[in-house]
Write a protein that binds this ligand. Structure first.
Ligand code: AMP
Length: 218
């Protein structure tokens, strides 16, 4: 469909601790709203699998549960957002994860005259998350899902990424959703919370986020 001039596809982030069901909900959001699901973790893993120079460079870091450098990660996201399918809207999953990445994304979007419409935060209990991750490790054979690496990733997330959520809350962009429970129910919670902010999917899958004046940051 043709979007009105004051409309564009949604520009969203999804955040949550490792194992909160982020990947599953990101895929659902991508399909529902007709926007590409851009997962930095998936892009890194695909590079590792293909043994590209980037993959070789980041494998040990990712297996240990630490973060890839901001420099490499920012460059990856910049080039991905330049692809045609991400011009009108996107869902970033697993990025930004550090204050430097937040600033980089702000500047990158501002340089294109764009801004985020909402940040979906999946909230989930730590123990439930560990159980879910162990199950996924067995099902998907993820080499970075040893128990030690899971715990380490949770610590890194709590230390590095949790503080960023406050930044988006202060900007009035945060949409908090209970991530525990049936995936359809969680997807519905997200859709309801986004609809309450005027972000809806129509029958063609296109979103109708209205361009609004930027929210003053606190
Ligand atoms: P994920 O699938 O999002 O949990 O990401 C898996 C791993 O990829 C993380 O534990 C990090 O090592 C790396 N990674 C993914 N996204 C980022 C990011 N934005 N910044 C730094 N490292 C990342």
């Amino acid at each position: 469909m043709t979007l009105r001039q004051d409309q564009h596809d949604a520009r969203l982030l999804i955040v949550g601790p490792p194992g909160a069901g982020k990947g599953t909900q990101a895929a659902r959001l991508s399909a529902t709203y007709g926007i590409p699901d851009i997962s930095t973790g998936d892009i890194f893993r695909a590079n590792i699998k293909k043994e590209t120079p980037l993959g070789v460079q980041v494998k040990a870091i990712i297996d240990s549960g630490d973060y890839v450098s901001d420099e490499l990660t920012n460059a990856l996201v910049k080039s991905r957002l330049e692809e045609e399918d991400a011009r009108e809207g996107f869902l970033l999953d697993g990025y930004p994860r550090t204050p430097e990445q937040v600033s980089y994304l702000d500047e990158l979007l501002a340089s294109k005259g764009q801004a985020l419409d909402a940040v979906v935060q999946l909230v989930a209990d730590q123990d439930a998350v560990v159980a879910r991750l162990r199950k996924r490790a067995i099902e998907q054979g993820r080499t970075d899902d040893t128990e030690e690496a899971i715990r380490h990733r949770q610590e890194v997330y709590a230390r590095e990424t949790m503080p960023l959520i406050a930044v988006y809350r202060d900007r009035g962009l945060l949409v908090e959703v209970d991530g525990l429970g049936d995936m359809d129910v969680v997807a519905e919670r997200i859709a309801d919370a986004l609809a309450a902010r005027g972000i809806t999917a129509d029958e063609s899958g296109a979103t109708t986020a209205l361009d609004a004046p930027p929210v003053e940051s606190a």
